[in-house]
Ligand binder design. Structure first.
Ligand SMILES: NC(=O)c1ccc[n+]([C@@H]2O[C@H](COP(=O)([O-])OP(=O)(O)OC[C@H]3O[C@@H](n4cnc5c(N)ncnc54)[C@H](O)[C@@H]3O)[C@@H](O)[C@H]2O)c1
Length: 247
């Protein structure tokens, strides 16, 4: 079930962490993968792993905050693999790491950086991929969001949460426009993942009803479902993937 043979997926920020899990699971389900990351070496590593496992993948390094670069990356993927059927805007953590500061101590430069990555990054990817999906009558946009975009959390990430919530607002509206054309748009709202390691993360894991943090493969499995024909009647939704927290 959830076969993706013949489909082409572009996953952003897939050079490490959650994006690797998404790209790997989609490749296992039969999709050819355009692996994006701002760091070309990381993207190449993910491509090598997918190809070594018998899958099909190419690297399309670009910065998702640069609209022209996103358009060029989607064109590169199309030329090498075919038109993008499944767009997964996943990049959302700045390369320098996630700043955690009380809102009153944040600067306009930080606001812009987090909104650029988490709202404009998604906007750029959706805008670049949707016309071809709509023209061909089939497509999937699956945004990797966060519980920080769905809930108020006491962890000093207000601007990150604002960017995530903004992207969900965007997709709910655009999903209405493209649904009649065979394209669905959904988001996954992730709880804390196991690529965050600290005493705090260990303590959070104990509070998760499932008693563990999420893995990149957990997210990949949910993306594969939403990407498949089986999820054709699911659109404009936000699915919490969080081990049962905040139910
Ligand atoms: N890790 C968590 O606990 C967690 C929790 C909730 C949501 N999320 C979301 O999951 C997604 C992936 O997070 P992660 O933990 O795997 O992050 P990560 O930092 O491990 O990896 C992110 C990758 O994105 C790349 N990247 C950064 N900026 C980019 C840009 N402008 N253009 C292209 N690539 C860029 C980085 O080089 C990196 O390889 C993000 O959207 C994040 O907000 C993560």
């Amino acid at each position: 079930m959830f076969e993706l043979d013949g489909k082409v997926a572009l996953v952003t920020g897939a050079g490490q962490g959650v994006g690797v899990g998404i790209a790997t699971v989609l490749a296992t389900q039969g999709a050819a993968i355009a692996v994006n990351d701002i760091d070309a070496d990381r993207a190449a590593n993910t491509v090598a792993a997918i190809v070594a496992a018998g899958g099909s993948a190419i690297a399309v390094p670009f910065d998702v905050t640069d609209y022209d670069a996103v358009v060029a990356g989607v064109a590169t993927a199309r030329a090498a693999l075919g038109p993008v059927d499944i767009m997964v805007p996943n990049a959302g953590i700045p390369t320098a790491g996630m700043p955690q500061l009380p809102f009153v101590e944040t600067s306009p430069e930080l606001w812009r950086r987090l909104i650029d990555l988490n709202l404009y990054g998604v906007l750029h990817c959706a805008h670049a991929a949707l016309p071809s999906m709509c023209e061909r009558g089939w497509g999937r946009v699956i945004v990797i969001s966060s519980e920080a975009g769905r809930l108020g959390l006491d962890i000093n990430v207000a601007l990150y949460g604002a960017g995530k919530a903004g992207a969900v607002g965007l997709l709910r509206h655009v999903a209405m426009e493209v649904a009649p054309l065979g394209v669905t748009m959904n988001a996954l709202s992730l709880g804390l993942m196991n690529n965050v390691s600290s005493d705090w993360a260990t303590a959070v894991a104990r509070t998760v009803p499932r008693r563990r943090l999420g893995s990149p493969t957990d997210v990949g499995a949910a993306v594969a479902f939403l990407a498949s024909d089986a999820a054709d009647w699911i659109t404009a939704q936000v699915l919490p993937v969080n081990g049962g927290s905040h139910a």
